[in-house]
Design a protein around this ligand. Sequence first.
Ligand SMILES: [Zn+2]
Length: 193
Amino acid sequence: MIIRKLFKFENAHIVRGCTTQRCSQNIHGHSYKVEILLESNYLDAGQMVYDFGLVKHTMKEVIDSFDHAITLWSGDDAEYIKDMQRHSARWVMLPVSPSAEQFSRVFFVIIDQILKLTTMTNEEKEVKLHSIIVHETDTGYAQAFRDDAYSALMGEIDLQKIDFSDQVKSEWKDEKMWKKILFQKFSVNPQKI
Ligand SMILES: [Zn+2]
């Protein structure tokens, strides 16, 4: 069975190498929709695949980090990056270009890592990330499956190369959230939700 949770955020970018000049040479924004699709052959103690109350915290906070922010590609022009960081307090740096395709791969790797680090406490069994869908517009989306997310052919998504601006980090309930996602184990206690 597959279950789905939808998140939304507003974000700005330039997609270098895009065939249209509007897209590749101009800062512009999109109202993104991100769908997290989880799958399992089992149900938990609440007869659910996974209680979406659990994704309200870390997953929501990571995706919300992109809201009202500009997403930069570390391979972009150094002067452009510097100027954007000087004039926009909320930015996220990615090791890949912020196309919808790469956004879906980036979110897959992040959410997959959060799931791996989350201790299941309500008899959830074999809950796996099925795919991530990123809608950049009302009419187009990209969907990343596991093979896509970890495909070296599409560029490695190294979480350690993702960086968030100080203002983004200052809004996290736990300023060390990203470090925990990268390096530490943490558990979700449903009682505290
Ligand atoms: Zn765009």
